[in-house]
Design a protein around this ligand. Sequence first.
Ligand code: NAP
Length: 311
Amino acid sequence: MKGGEKKNYDVIIVGGGPGGLTAGLYASRARLGTLLIESALFGGQMTTTELVENYPGFPEGVTGDELSRLMEEQAKKFGMETVTQEVVKVSLEGDAKVVQTYESTYRCEALIISTGTEYRKLGVPGEKEFAGKGVSYCATCDGAFFRDSQIVVVGGGDSALTEALFLTKFAKELTIIHRRDALRGTKIYQERALANPKIKFLWNSIVQEIKGDSMVRSIIVKNVKTGEINELKTEGAFLFVGLVPRTQFLKGVVQMDEGGYILTNEHCETSAKGIYAVGDCRKKLLRQIATAVGDGATAAFAAEKFLELKE
Ligand code: NAP
């Protein structure tokens, strides 16, 4: 990690999902010197969503890739700089925020965190061992490898339902394994999944182990009501049991809840002056592209006002 030279910006945005890209658009249109740091692809979780149906302005839906491309293009149009690096540490030097990546050190007056979330691990034997060998957390990335296969999807939320519906394009048979007897996901996805002839449900059940040789071959499932344990043949296990925020690098800098979600007020301001959090990584009611975009605009505007008052 290099520590020497520090590049200065008015605003630095960490994370290039819809919240970060919108913050970048607003900050650069406000003529603030703006840098967006993203560790992977612009678009965040949108890039692994096949079709986005609930973002206004696209009555036929829009692919996650296309929406990501459009948001990136629009944000860059007004002069926002970008780098592909991973932020490992944020610290405060008086009013300045120092943002460290493996390669460089940056400094800014206002910092906007939009690092989103990542899929929670199930934490059962075999999960790590068979990751990429039948265990997956991304249907759009891996679905095509499971053509005519028998697979399982674990979870009962929107991710499990939307990814299961997508996977029916490839799989011969798909079982959703859920720990309760009622789904958590949005009603329209529930209706579609329940009506899909390729999708079966295994209710009140938890996965205890994932087994195989060079690839996944079966899973051990326990019925939490009866205690009965069964071994189910499967060629793939797609795990969608919730999300965890990517906020570890900010521990001790801003206040978070017990799950690591950043606490903010309605202006997206965190407990540290001049640091904002937007999108899925902040504690909020609804985590969607539409709400992330609103957060991004709010935080950039709040940052602009904060910088004006400092002058
Ligand atoms: P989620 O809503 O937190 O659902 C996680 C699911 O996994 C729940 O059904 C939960 O069961 C189950 N679960 C959690 N821990 C488990 C464990 N250890 N073993 C077995 N099952 C476990 O997570 P998500 O589905 O990833 O969605 C996250 C957010 O993204 C939500 O706000 C969602 O609306 C949003 N999202 C939206 C869309 C869309 O609108 N198209 C698509 C994807 C995600 P319980 O129900 O019993 O708690």
